[in-house]
Design a protein. Structure first.
Length: 363
């Protein structure tokens, strides 16, 4: 019976020792040894009493801070006993009061220490949970990207021969309506190819796997070539395009292909939504340490409540449902790409008047 009680106590002690930081234990042992030396040397050898006792509060507070109630109380009792025994046999009321104070202050500060330790433990628990959640989320997103990659592969495999064959047909065919039919097939396959790439880019962007190839460029030639590229589409739809560059433009550090992709996307949207006779403006403005690029159109505009939602993946505004098909991938991808450059995207729009889509790039 006695034996099992002893082993229980030993087990408990070793459990506490396991939880205690070894460095803290060493520091406390040294501090207590200093206290013992002070007590016996000053009191018994030199006969100085009382004055040094305040120094004992140092290990007391530290023990309460590190180990809470149990630590504060144990060190308090240790100091009280030491103080009492060093004054034996004539213990006066002051020594008794001081010893009692060690035990009481030790337990009182220990209670506060325990609260701190409990709060710290809770915080650590919350932190660990958050880390685990974040890891799970990351794994889930990586699975999604993996799935998207596999899907993209499956979709692209049959598309490659369609693209190659339609290009060959365009080169070989001379007679209408076959040439136009081949061009239609090619255009459809190209646009499908683009959508598939967008899908993969967006999935990569969501988990930060999208990388930019940054280089310093003069934006003017790039904007002019983009305007050239879109001009035939604009003309074929009876719209007009105005290029309003506030030259000379400062150079920017960007991934040229990605910036081209973003601006083309905005211009394509503008073409899609602007009626015949409407105007599209590609404009630049210098705003302090940023270069703003805007695409303005005279399309149907976007209701205020939808203006932020259109940057969410797969969201299609009312205008999109009426005027075009689409997956709602373009703008979210543009936003991701612009933000990867350290920039921002915005839209200002008024229903039945038009929209201005803008992006800013740091200079
Ligand atoms: P999608 O790839 O389907 O065109 P986007 O992400 O490019 O999707 O656009 C999301 C939605 O934003 C579209 O469905 C459309 O309703 C709206 N939108 C985008 N650009 C314009 C614009 N210039 N004028 C009016 N609505 C627009």
């Amino acid at each position: 019976m006695r034996h099992s009680k002893e082993t229980r106590i030993a087990k408990r002690l070793s459990h506490y020792l396991d939880r205690v930081n070894r460095v803290h234990l060493l520091i406390m042992t040294i501090l207590l040894l200093v206290c013992i030396v002070l007590e016996y040397y000053l009191n018994l050898t030199l006969g100085i009493t009382g004055a040094y006792a305040h120094l004992f509060y140092v290990p007391l507070f530290i023990a309460a801070f590190w180990w809470g109630f149990q630590g504060g109380l144990s060190v308090g009792i240790f100091l009280a006993l030491m103080h009492l025994t060093s004054h034996l046999p004539d213990i006066n009321q002051l020594v008794l009061a001081e010893s009692l104070a060690f035990a009481l202050v030790g337990s009182a500060t220990g209670v506060i220490g325990s609260e701190r330790i409990r709060a710290e433990r809770k915080l650590r628990q919350a932190y660990d949970e958050e880390v685990k959640l974040r890891r799970d989320l990351q794994a889930e997103m990586e699975r999604r990207v993996e799935f998207t990659r596999a899907l993209v592969h499956e979709l692209k495999t049959p598309l490659t021969p369609v693209l190659a064959s339609s290009e060959l047909l365009i080169e070989e065919l001379r007679r209408e309506p076959f040439l136009s039919l081949a061009r239609n097939i090619n255009r459809g396959a190209l646009s499908l190819n683009e959508k598939i790439d967008e899908l993969l880019d967006l999935a990569r962007g969501e988990i930060g796997m999208l990388r930019l190839k940054l280089k310093q460029i003069d934006p003017s030639p790039l904007l002019r070539s983009i305007a050239d590229e879109i001009s035939s589409l604009v003309a074929s739809q009876g719209q007009s395009l105005i290029l309003d560059l506030s030259e000379p433009l400062p150079s920017v550090t960007v991934d040229e292909n990605r910036l081209r992709q973003v601006i083309l996307n905005l211009l394509n949207n503008a073409c899609k939504f602007t009626p015949e006779g409407g105007t599209i403006v590609l404009r630049t403005k210098r705003r302090g340490t940023r270069l703003a690029i805007e695409v303005e159109d005279t399309g149907p505009g976007i209701p205020l409540e939808e203006q932020q939602l259109i940057f969410e993946p797969y969201y299609r505004a009312r205008s999109g449902q009426i005027y075009s098909g689409g997956l709602g991938l373009g703008l979210p991808l543009c936003k991701t790409l612009v933000e990867l450059h350290g920039g921002q995207m915005w839209v200002k729009s008024q229903e039945n008047k038009g929209s201005v889509f803008g992006l800013s790039l740091p200079l």
